[in-house]
Design a protein around this ligand. Structure first.
Ligand code: FEO
Length: 164
């Protein structure tokens, strides 16, 4: 059985995933308006993935006969100074989401909710991947993004990301 506490935390996580989608959509817009269409593409695909994460949790709750409450999504309020600022913010956001998922897992463990622990395993692995990608973008930006030619190449590379 899924307790009210775990159900509420999962419900909150839906909102966090939807906010993530909003945040990455906003970041995509930042790049879209600065001629960096490849970066914009990368973040738009990421926004789609976050929507998928929200859907997974929604489906899990509904399949377990739990009523979902969709709450208001916060406005992304960041004002970015430069490309690196966006990449760094994305990485920090993923660290925050990882912590949230880990807290959820610990709460499920405390309640001996094996089903939710099993469900969350996918998210734990996904977060490790997302942090790796976000860090790798920062590393590449540091190495190659300081001149126009390097930035152009990075933009081309990131633009190859397609919806999965
Ligand atoms: Fe769904 Fe990027 O966390």
């Amino acid at each position: 059985m899924i307790s009210n506490k775990i159900a509420a935390l999962l419900n909150e996580q839906i909102n966090k995933e939807l906010f993530s989608a909003y945040l990455y959509w906003d970041m995509s817009h930042y790049f879209e308006t600065r001629g960096l269409d490849g970066f914009a593409q990368w973040y738009m695909v990421q926004a789609e993935e976050e929507y998928d994460h929200a859907q997974r949790i929604y489906r899990y709750l509904v399949d377990n006969d739990i009523c979902v409450t969709l709450t208001a999504i916060e406005t992304p309020s960041r004002k970015y100074e430069c490309v690196m600022d966006v990449l760094q913010s994305a990485y920090e956001h993923e660290e925050y989401i990882t912590e949230s998922i880990h807290n959820l897992y610990c709460a499920a463990h405390q309640e001996k909710d094996l089903r939710t622990m099993e469900f969350l395993n996918w998210f734990i692995n996904e977060q490790a991947e997302e942090e790796t990608h976000a860090r790798s973008m920062i590393d590449k930006m540091k190495l190659f993004g300081n001149d126009g030619k390097g930035l152009y190449q990075l933009n081309r590379e990131f633009g190859k990301r397609n919806s999965e």
